[in-house]
Design a protein around this ligand. Structure first.
Ligand SMILES: [Zn+2]
Length: 550
């Protein structure tokens, strides 16, 4: 799954424009002057210049393979890329269509931004636009392949729905990508990477991804990595079944990865120290979590559309997860870009002037990393026979778990600093940076798990006096000792809600979907009026990487 700061869209407030159907591109004029604002960032890495010529040759091939995922994703998301872009005369609007891989604003509930474009089909490009759910359900009863993750559904001339395997539907692109992966495998000196590249090439051609997912889990020592193929299933809003093509080329940050491995080892000790009665921490967290830091040097397809992914948790195949777990990848340079271009400007408007100096990238990175590690703390099962926390809390489970990871992540940072393990003992950078990033996340709206979790934290900490708003300046100031106490309070509250599996209490604790605080809403509106970007878009490729060479 994607993780961290990938966001759901704001509630749809725009009237949808009736008109031509999916894929039609009649009169390409803007219908919404207020579009989501993106800021361009060159995607570079300090790790790239250190690669050998052979490794650079491999990177080039992997980028080319990923470009094929981009081409496939256009068809999954919209249809004919060339026709759409060719119909848009305004260069800025054309760029916006490229960023969104289609005429719908991904950060604004997929509202169409071109005149004459209808609402985005729920099933994107995976199903015929005229096929109803009832028709697909009925047809799938006879042919289960219609609901297979690696097929698209098409209508034959006679009207019958048929399943076309990805290897056929996207034959040209997957054959090209597989060829590039095989060529890259020849360059690979790491045996694990070579094996994975070969198996992944095979998977693109036979739609059997499990062997390559298993091989990906076995890679431990490679410095270059690639995530490629049909992976997530968010684009299929009709059933959430069809997988979507994407590609990332990644370079491992071995120094940070080594530090993370060290922190995972102290999890059992931190678990014992959680500020909650013994019965709520009666499980032992695993210490073998595969958590590493990377620089991403190329994004293609799904992960490059709209909001940019900065953390990955894969594979999604539950059989592979049961057998080998998952790998969690933190994309450090992409985080840095969001920090510089979005978080710092937000802090300049909403954090008290004398506290802004505490908003630092290292603190942001630590907070995000320990959020990930903190998912491993606490308990997975209720203490009163209600089964797993996830089952007991149903659709509320995700938002509460995200809140838990945020607050226990901060708790971990505080504990490690107390022990002198995390460069300096002052928690101020982390908590001020945390507050600034709350604003960033809440800005996307409390319509999904992360947004609701962030708003819940904001309201709790405000109530506890952990930070205060200066009404004159419209800025916020953290009170570190009160914050410290409130962190423990909120940790205890969330861990108990989970351990008790108390569904009703969670419903009343978390803000309702779409809820917003009026004062906060006014502060966030100031960010929009100041033109602070909502997300980033990459200038990327070999030329960009080479250009950044020192
Ligand atoms: Zn999380």
């Amino acid at each position: 799954m994607r993780h961290g700061l990938r966001v759901a869209a704001l509630a749809a407030t725009l009237a949808l424009v009736p008109g031509s159907g999916h894929g039609e591109t009649a009169k390409a004029k803007p219908v919404t002057p207020q579009r989501t604002k993106y800021v361009e960032v060159a995607l570079t890495s300090d790790l790239y210049p250190r690669l050998t010529p052979k490794e650079k040759g491999m990177v080039r091939l992997l980028i080319d393979a990923c470009r094929e995922m981009d081409a496939i994703f256009w068809r999954e998301s919209y249809g004919d890329k060339r026709a759409l872009l060719g119909s848009i005369l305004d260069p800025e609007l054309r760029r916006f269509a490229e960023i969104n891989y289609g005429p719908w604003d991904r950060l604004n509930a997929n509202a169409p931004f071109l005149l004459g474009v209808a609402e985005k089909p729920k099933g994107a490009g995976y199903y015929p636009v005229d096929a109803s759910k009832a028709e697909i359900d009925a047809a799938a009863a006879a042919d289960p392949l219609l609901k297979h993750p690696y097929t698209v559904v098409r209508r034959e001339t006679g009207g019958k729905l048929v399943a076309v395997p990805y290897r056929v539907a996207f034959g040209e692109q997957v054959q090209s990508a597989a060829g590039k992966l095989r060529a890259a495998a020849v360059f690979a000196e790491d045996a694990g990477l070579r094996n994975y590249l070969e198996l992944r090439a095979k998977a693109l051609l036979d739609d059997d991804y499990r062997p390559s997912d298993l091989a990906w889990m076995d890679m431990k020592s490679n410095g270059i990595d690639v995530v490629i193929g049909p992976i997530e299933n968010y684009e299929d809003q009709l059933y959430g079944i069809k997988t979507t093509h994407e590609g990332y080329v990644l370079l491992k940050d071995k120094e940070w990865s080594a530090r993370l491995a060290k922190y995972a080892k102290v999890l059992p000790e931190l678990q014992r120290g959680l500020p909650v009665p013994a019965e709520y921490k009666n499980e032992t967290p695993g210490t073998d979590s595969d958590l590493n830091a990377y620089d991403a040097i190329f994004y293609a397809g799904d992960c490059n559309a709209g909001s940019k992914t900065i953390a990955i948790n894969l594979p999604n195949d539950e059989q592979v997860q049961l057998q080998k777990g998952t790998r969690r990848l933190q994309l450090k340079n992409a985080m840095r870009a969001k920090f510089d271009k979005i978080l710092v400007p937000i802090a300049d408007h909403l954090i008290a002037a004398d506290e802004r100096g505490h908003v630092k990238f290292d603190a942001f990175f630590e907070n995000v990393m320990f959020h990930e590690v903190a998912h491993g703390l606490g308990i997975k099962n209720t203490i009163n026979g209600k089964g797993t926390v996830r089952a007991a809390l149903k659709e509320q489970a995700g938002a509460l778990e995200e809140g838990k990871a945020d607050v226990l992540g901060l708790y971990m940072v505080a504990k490690l600093k107390e022990k002198g393990e995390l460069g300096g003992r002052d928690l101020t950078d982390n908590v001020v940076t945390y507050l600034a990033s709350l604003f960033r996340s809440i800005r996307f709206g409390a319509t999904e798990a992360h947004g609701r979790a962030n708003l819940a934290q904001f309201l709790y900490f405000r109530q506890m006096g952990a930070f205060a708003r200066d009404a004159g300046a419209g800025t916020y100031r953290v009170d570190v000792p009160k914050m410290r106490a409130a962190m423990n309070g909120l940790s205890e509250k969330i861990l108990k809600l989970q351990g008790d599996g108390d569904y009703d209490a969670v419903v009343s604790f978390l803000p309702k979907p779409g809820a917003m605080d009026p004062v906060l809403a006014a502060d966030l509106a100031r960010l929009a009026s100041e033109n602070i970007p909502t997300d980033i878009v990459f200038k990327q490729g070999i030329e960009v990487l080479e250009g950044a060479r020192k």
